[in-house]
Design a protein around this ligand. Sequence first.
Ligand code: PLP
Length: 230
Amino acid sequence: MNRVRAAAPQLAGLVPYDPKYLPAEAFLSANENPRDVDGELRELIGRRIAKVPLNRYPDPLAGGLRDMIAEANGLDRDHVLIGNGGDELLFNLALAWGGPGRTCLNFPPTFSVYAANARLTNTAVVDIARTEDFSIDEEAAFERLAAGDIDYVIVASPNNPTGLRCPQAFIERLLDATDALVMVDEAYFEFSRQTARPLLATHENLVILRTFSKAFSLAGVRLGYILANP
Ligand SMILES: *Cc1c(COP(=O)(O)O)cnc(C)c1O
């Protein structure tokens, strides 16, 4: 057949994301670290890669790496999930907690990937606009959550693109106010040093997203992880 039926309707008109990078030293829109990893580390990585059996599938659950990340965070392996960049984990979240008939709560302006993933997975998005100083309109959020139909919430802290941290008290109140899955996107945790991690012990609905792309200068590796209840 020399024609093909249309893809899923929510994809109609979707344009591939092309950042159109121009020659420059720093790409502020990508938020990469402008400095590459140093020579010694680069050599170490090269030596380890030289020993990888390229004919074999890797461990799909990345057990060894999960152990190391778990240990660094005072958790066990089954609290850690690895992704091909944080972006893959964000997409998986939308696949697993979103979908037709399901709804996510979003606080724009924030990372545009959240809304894009909702669209790709046919998840309804409820936007609660930030206030004039870009903080979250907390009372509006709780009022909307009280309706009980929100399936997941994503809070970036520090937020991209505003740089603001989200108050810990709000995150804790949010986790207590709903059984929706609450993802705290800590892509910039290494800069803020503020984490929701202690709340994992008491809140089964908390998921924390981290990445090696920003502070660790490893955007080229495409490695992100989540910390969460198993
Ligand atoms: C960069 C970023 C991520 C994830 O990036 P990856 O390179 O896919 O790991 C997630 N959230 C925010 C807010 C970011 O800025």
